[in-house]
Design a binder for this molecule. Structure first.
Ligand code: SAM
Length: 258
């Protein structure tokens, strides 16, 4: 799979993917990432890529012609899915990441200033994607978020693909709390079950904890969980000691499924 990102600030992208698990996968060629700076297609002494907005208003708008030429001459009519990172797009989620990881070539337009001329967007863009209901100064950080999240879904990118299937959202739930050594830290022990070596019981514990953490932090995600599972999880909650709840980040006295 390949990403091509159109950005005025390619240095922001390459630096970010120099590190970490996704950076390693990129170096190994498990997926490809290239950047295109539309400024290379700008003409005139100032190599301007923007202009004042028609109808007045503050700031500048990215001109359609420079971006158009850069897209046309880079893509040469090849089939690709073109995304504009935009606060006006649909918010990125797990389902969209899985869908995009299946594409052969994803092209991303990163805006700057007040955004991009609408006519260019009409001509080239298949979909607009947002990373949340707030406005950033440019599309580079949103593009980094999208590339990282999508790359994690490409087979071979994560060392242990299986572990990502337990990550938050992968099963529609949040992940259970995680612990590492020391066994007792500042007088606080890790729940006993995790030391038992009883894999079946540990998996059951992890599943119930994932349901409780989801009920506590994101109850909206529980709507498709069968009633029977909720009832079993309530029983599990009743069996926990106050200390275990505290260590697992679950507040005492909360009606998780209320
Ligand atoms: N004037 C635009 C508006 O109100 O919709 C916002 C322009 S913003 C300052 C500049 C660029 O940052 C946008 O063209 C877009 O590429 C990017 N951007 C800003 N916020 C974003 C978000 N929440 N998600 C994705 N991209 C975003």
């Amino acid at each position: 799979m390949k990403f091509t990102l159109f950005t005025l600030y390619p240095q922001m992208i390459h630096q970010a993917f120099d590190v970490g698990v996704v950076g390693q996968a990129l170096k190994k060629g498990i997926f490809q990432l290239s950047t295109v700076n539309p400024r290379a297609w700008a003409t005139g002494v100032h190599k301007a890529v923007d202009d004042r907005p028609f109808g007045g208003g503050d700031g500048m708008i990215m001109s359609p012609e420079v971006l158009h030429r850069s897209l046309k001459e880079t893509l040469h009519g090849s089939t690709s899915h073109v995304i504009y990172m935009s606060p006006q797009g649909k918010t990125l989620n797990e389902k969209k990441c899985i869908e995009l990881a299946d594409c052969e070539h994803v092209v991303i337009l990163s805006g700057r200033y007040g955004g991009i001329d609408q006519r260019l967007l009409n001509e080239w863009v298949d979909e607009e994607i947002s990373i949340g209901d707030y406005v950033l100064s440019g599309g580079e950080v949103p593009a980094l978020v999208l590339i990282d999240a999508v790359a994690r879904k490409i087979p071979g990118v994560l060392g242990h693909q299986e572990s990502s299937s337990r990550d938050s959202f992968a099963r529609g739930l949040l992940e259970e709390p995680q612990f590492t050594r020391p066994w007792i830290w500042e007088g606080k022990p890790v729940p006993d079950i995790l030391k038992s070596g009883h894999h079946e019981k540990i998996n059951e514990w992890k599943m119930r904890m994932a349901l409780l953490v989801t009920a506590h932090k994101r109850p909206d995600l529980l709507k498709d969980v069968p009633r029977k599972e909720i009832e079993e999880t309530k029983k599990f909650l009743a069996s926990l000691s106050a200390e275990e709840k505290h260590i697992c980040g679950l507040p005492e006295g909360e009606d998780f499924f209320g």
